[in-house]
Design a protein around this ligand. Structure first.
Ligand SMILES: Cc1cc2nc3c(=O)[nH]c(=O)nc-3n(C[C@H](O)[C@H](O)[C@H](O)COP(=O)(O)OP(=O)(O)OC[C@H]3O[C@@H](n4cnc5c(N)ncnc54)[C@H](O)[C@@H]3O)c2cc1C
Length: 364
């Protein structure tokens, strides 16, 4: 068994920020490990650009080894299978056990799936990204087929716009259970509906998917829609391993944390990003990134037995959605805009994020 002062679970957005700050000189003393199934972290904000051929894979991922080396953190390869909160023990799929005085969880979530009844169509979940991208490349080699994307949030919209901009056209539908982009201003919805229509994407709103049965998708009202391929982009669901962790969970099964980002009844365990549940915090990359500096400070303070900081979720966050052809759409505080200039702005922000986490001179 490996014993450490701090165990970081997952190379999510907040942990990347923690590593960056520690690499810049704020690392606390002690033995620290990061557990990740892969040697790099994918950046979701650039995934639509990768699918629409604007970026290469290397542009959209951050190499973990150089970042860990700079932060003096040991990178352990593996998938977290179980967390025992009381014993502060992490079980990896390799059989390895890792014990931490403090443990920080930044494992994201998993894609929600509808009931699957002997599905014969090909289904890809958008997360984990590495599996999604491998499946997408396989589909491209097999040739085009009719495709439906299930989901109505920004990620589903960005995927639909990116995939409608492929060199080889394909029949493409976007199916959402309620109104498209229901958390965003009406102006953004109108812009997106116009773009989807221009790109010949069939939009089906208020079509809750009840199940996937054989070769079709059954939506509320009893209609069956035949497709050959499905992409699930239905938002974050909690990882099932939290159920047996002993941690306090919210009604949906996410880890409940206090403003200091500590698990409610296990103060030596921190949780951030999509894995965590904190009133006022939305599950997206922007909030996960903002948790990073507070988490870094609180892990250091915990090791030194000093007072912790509170994370205050921002009231509003800027959403920038790629339009699949170099431009982007913007939603902020009830306002919306779109165009090439929004695309340039998004590109600049994405590049800045990537550069901050790359250690100069080392490849992605
Ligand atoms: C196509 C798409 C586009 C998006 N665009 C945006 C955007 O522009 N802006 C925005 O704010 N949000 C965006 N999102 C949402 C955003 O991706 C998530 O909300 C965000 O990634 C959550 O960050 P996180 O740090 O909690 O987890 P993640 O970024 O999901 O990181 C979790 C990490 O944990 C690792 N991991 C998972 N399971 C295990 C395990 N069992 N063991 C070990 N490691 C594990 C993963 O490999 C990953 O590195 C997008 C989502 C999608 C699908």
């Amino acid at each position: 068994m490996k014993s450490c002062d701090v165990v970081l679970l997952g190379a999510g957005h907040a942990h990347l920020g923690v590593l960056r700050l520690w690499a810049a000189g704020q690392r606390p003393p002690g033995r620290i490990v990061l557990i990740s199934p892969q040697p790099y972290a994918w950046y979701s904000g650039m995934l639509p650009g990768l699918l629409s051929w604007r970026y290469q894979a290397e542009d959209c991922r951050i190499a973990l080894e150089p970042l860990c080396q700079a932060a003096e953190v040991e990178l352990v390869s593996g998938n977290v299978e179980h967390l025992d909160a009381r014993q502060s023990l992490v079980h990896l799929d390799s059989g390895q056990l890792v014990k931490g005085r403090f443990i920080s969880v930044n494992l994201g979530g998993q894609t929600r799936l509808p009931p699957l009844q002997n599905p014969t169509l090909d289904i890809l979940s958008v997360k984990p990204f590495s599996q999604f991208l491998a499946g997408w490349h396989r589909w491209q080699q097999e040739g085009h087929r009719s495709l439906a994307i299930i989901g109505g949030g920004p990620a589903a919209v960005e995927l639909a716009l990116a995939l409608s901009n492929q060199p080889v056209g394909q029949e493409l539908a976007l199916i959402c259970q309620g109104e498209l982009l229901s958390q965003h201003p009406p102006g953004l919805r109108q812009r997106v509906r116009r773009l989807l229509a221009l790109q010949a994407v069939e939009l089906r709103e208020h079509s809750q998917v009840e199940c996937v049965q054989g070769d079709s998708v059954r939506v509320a009202g009893g209609r069956s829609l035949p497709y050959e391929r499905l992409i699930m982009a239905t938002g974050s669901a909690p990882l099932s391993c939290w159920q047996s962790s002993g941690l306090a969970l919210d009604k949906q099964g996410f880890i409940s944390v206090n403003p200091q980002l500590q698990a409610l009844h296990h103060k030596h365990i921190f949780a951030v990003g999509d894995s965590a549940s904190l009133p006022g915090a939305t599950r997206n990359g922007v909030y996960a990134v903002r948790m990073g500096p507070v988490l870094a400070a609180n892990l250091s303070a915990s090791l030194k037995d000093k007072p912790l900081q509170a994370y205050k979720p921002q009231a509003q966050s800027l959403a920038l959605l790629s339009d699949g052809s170099g431009g982007a759409l913007l939603s902020w505080h009830g306002l919306s805009a779109s165009g090439r200039w929004v695309g340039w702005w998004k590109h600049w922000l994405d590049q800045r994020f990537m550069q901050r986490h790359r250690i100069a001179g080392l490849p992605a």
